[in-house]
Design a protein around this ligand. Structure first.
Ligand SMILES: NC(=O)c1ccc[n+]([C@@H]2O[C@H](COP(=O)([O-])OP(=O)(O)OC[C@H]3O[C@@H](n4cnc5c(N)ncnc54)[C@H](O)[C@@H]3O)[C@@H](O)[C@H]2O)c1
Length: 395
C-alpha cells in the first residue's frame, strides 16, 4: 500500500482528501492540531453544521467503509512533532493497526492558517499566521531532508501569490531575457495579504530545498475552492467537510450561496470586477491525486496553476442570484464599500493546462452544481447566523 501523510487533515480540504485517498487503497495518516476549529471558536465564526472530531470521523469512516485513516493530533509548528512523524517515535491517537506506517511516499501539506482576512485583522493575527505557516513549512522541509528525501511533497500554494499582474500568469516559472542573456525564474510574486505572503515564502523555502537537497516538490497554486459534497461524503452526512460561511474562513461561492439562502444581500466588494480562478472541491481532490500519481522528479519544483475557470465577482453574484431566484430564494446583490486594498478592474489571464495534461477532468460551476449547493445549505438554514456573515476586516 502506498503511504500518504496528510498535514492539516481535519480541514476543509484535508478531510475530504483523506477519504479520497483512503477509498482508493492508500494507507492514510492525517495530522492536525485543530487550529482551524479553535480559530473559529475564538473569532465566533459559526460553521454551517457541527463537525465530529477527527478521531470520531476516522472511526465513522472505518465503520462505514472498512478503510482505516490513522489520526495524529499534533502542532506541526513544533519541530519535534513534525520529526516524530518520520523517526519512528510516532504514536497514533487513533488507529486500528498501531504499528508505524513507515516513511510516507506522498506527503500533502495543507497545514496552514489559510485566510487573508485573518492575517490582516491585527498584528497578533498577522504574527500567528507568519509564525505558524513558515514554521510548519520549514519543519517539514528539514524532516523530509533528514529522514525521507524520496518523499514526494505536494504543497498547497495559492493563485494569490501572483497577484493581478498586467501580463499573462504562467505556471510558476517565467523565461527572462535580459541584456542579451536568458534564464528561467520563479514567476514574479506580489501578494495582496500577509497570508498570501506566507505562501510566497513557502514557495521560496520549497525552491531552496529542491535546489540544495534535491527534494521532490509539487507546488499547487490553487484558486478559491467551492463545494460541500464529495463522492465519499455522500456515504453519510456526518462525513461532510467543515463549511464556513463567514468572511474570515468562508470562500466566496460558499458564502454567496449561504447568503442567498437566507436573503442576506450578496456582499460584492466595490465594483465587483475582481477576477480570479476557481475550482470545485471535487477537482481539488483530483488535482492532488493526479499529482501524486505522476510525481515530481528529484530536484524538481513542479508548479501547476490549480484552477478550472475564471470569473469576476459580478459574474459569480449574477449566476448565483439567477439560480437562487429560480429556486425560490430571495437573492439580492449589494455592492458594499470594498474593505480590501485591491484592483477592482484588471487584466487577468492565467495559464492552467498542466493539471489537465496529467489527467484532471474538470467539474465546472454549472447551474446544476450551484443548485445542488443550495439544496444542501437549505438543510441547515436554521443554523445560519446572519450576524457572523460580514465583519469588514480592512486592509
Ligand atoms: N480552501 C481554499 O479555497 C484554498 C485556496 C487556495 C489555497 N488553499 C490552501 O490549501 C490548504 C488547505 O486549505 P483549507 O481550506 O483546507 O484550510 P483549513 O484551515 O480548513 O485546513 C488547514 C488545516 O491545517 C490545520 N493546521 C494549521 N496549522 C497547523 C499546525 N501548526 N499543526 C497542525 N495542523 C495545523 C488546521 O487546523 C486545519 O484543519 C491551505 O494551505 C490553504 O492555504 C486553500
Amino acid at each position: 500500500m502506498i503511504n500518504v501523510l496528510i498535514l492539516g487533515g481535519d480541514g476543509y480540504l484535508g478531510w475530504p482528501t483523506a477519504m479520497y485517498f483512503s477509498s482508493r487503497g492508500y494507507e492514510v495518516t492525517v495530522v492536525d492540531n485543530y487550529f482551524r476549529r479553535n480559530a473559529c471558536t475564538e473569532l465566533d465564526t459559526a460553521m454551517l453544521y457541527a463537525i465530529p472530531t477527527l478521531i470520531e470521523r476516522a472511526k465513522l469512516w472505518y465503520e462505514l467503509t472498512g478503510f482505516e485513516i490513522k489520526v495524529v493530533i499534533a502542532d506541526l509548528s513544533e519541530s519535534e512533532s513534525m520529526r516524530r512523524l518520520f523517526d519512528g517515535r510516532l504514536k497514533y491517537q487513533w488507529a486500528i493497526n498501531e504499528k508505524y506506517s513507515g516513511l510516507p511516499e506522498i506527503l500533502i501539506h495543507y497545514a496552514e492558517q489559510p485566510s487573508a482576512p485573518y492575517s490582516l485583522m491585527d498584528y497578533k493575527h498577522a504574527d500567528v499566521t507568519l509564525i505558524n505557516n513558515l514554521r510548519v513549512t520549514n519543519n517539514l522541509l528539514w524532516a523530509v531532508k533528514d529522514y525521507s528525501p524520496d518523499t514526494h511533497v505536494i504543497k498547497l500554494g495559492t493563485m494569490g501569490e501572483y497577484g493581478t499582474p498586467n501580463i499573462d500568469i504562467e505556471e510558476g516559472w517565467l523565461d527572462i531575457e535580459h541584456k542579451g542573456r536568458k534564464d528561467t525564474f520563479l514567476y514574479p510574486r506580489q501578494a495582496s495579504s500577509l497570508y498570501h505572503t506566507t505562501k510566497i515564502m513557502d514557495t521560496d523555502l520549497m525552491w531552496f530545498g529542491v535546489r540544495m537537497w534535491d527534494l521532490k516538490v509539487t507546488d499547487l497554486m490553487q484558486g478559491p475552492v467551492y463545494g460541500i459534497e464529495t463522492d465519499e461524503s455522500q456515504i453519510d452526512h456526518r462525513l461532510r467537510t467543515i463549511f464556513n460561511y463567514d468572511e474570515v474562513f468562508g470562500t466566496i461561492v460558499n458564502r454567496f450561496i449561504v447568503q442567498g439562502c437566507v436573503g442576506y444581500p450578496l456582499t460584492v466588494y466595490g465594483g465587483g470586477g475582481q477576477t480570479r480562478g476557481y475550482l470545485n472541491i471535487k477537482d481539488a481532490l483530483q488535482c492532488v491525486h493526479k499529482s501524486a500519481e505522476s510525481p515530481a522528479k528529484s530536484g524538481e519544483l513542479r508548479i501547476f496553476n490549480q484552477i478550472m475557470e475564471t470569473f469576476s465577482v459580478n459574474e459569480l453574484a449574477d449566476t448565483i442570484q439567477r439560480v437562487g431566484l429560480n429556486r425560490g430564494f430571495d437573492v439580492k446583490v449589494s455592492h458594499i464599500e470594498n474593505p480590501r486594498k485591491e484592483l477592482e478592474e484588471h487584466y487577468y489571464n492565467p495559464v492552467y493546462q498542466g493539471l489537465i495534461d496529467i489527467g484532471v477532468e474538470p467539474h465546472y460551476l454549472t447551474d446544476d452544481v450551484i443548485s445542488d449547493m443550495f439544496s444542501i445549505v437549505e438543510q441547515y438554514q436554521d443554523n445560519i447566523r446572519t450576524d457572523v456573515i460580514f465583519r469588514g476586516v480592512k486592509w
